[in-house]
Design a protein. Structure first.
Length: 98
């Protein structure tokens, strides 16, 4: 993860976060790490990719979420430390395909 960036979008409500996540994944070549409940209705989505792609995706996600609900905050960490990965939400395995 050291050569990549991490992007975060925090919103009020899950519907708003879904809109942001959809826009982020469509806007640039990024990967969704996961999402986490913060509390009091706030939720955060985490993405990773190269710095320019994460910046573009976070901007698109925040703009899309702002049309549906309230964006609490956005943040990008370029070249995060390797030990930061332990704090990220764990990727969930998708259901097995038949």
């Amino acid at each position: 993860m050291a050569s990549q960036a991490i992007g975060m979008v925090e919103t009020k409500g899950l519907v708003c976060l879904m809109e942001a996540s959809d826009a982020m994944l469509k806007a640039a070549n990024v990967t969704m790490i996961g999402w986490d409940k913060v509390g009091s209705g706030m939720v955060t989505a985490f993405i990773t990719g190269d710095v320019a792609a994460v910046k573009a995706a976070v901007d698109a996600g925040a703009a899309a979420a702002g049309k549906v609900g309230q964006v609490i905050g956005v943040h990008i960490i370029a070249r995060p430390h390797d030990e930061l990965a332990a704090m990220m939400p764990k990727k969930k395995n998708s259901a097995p395909k038949a």
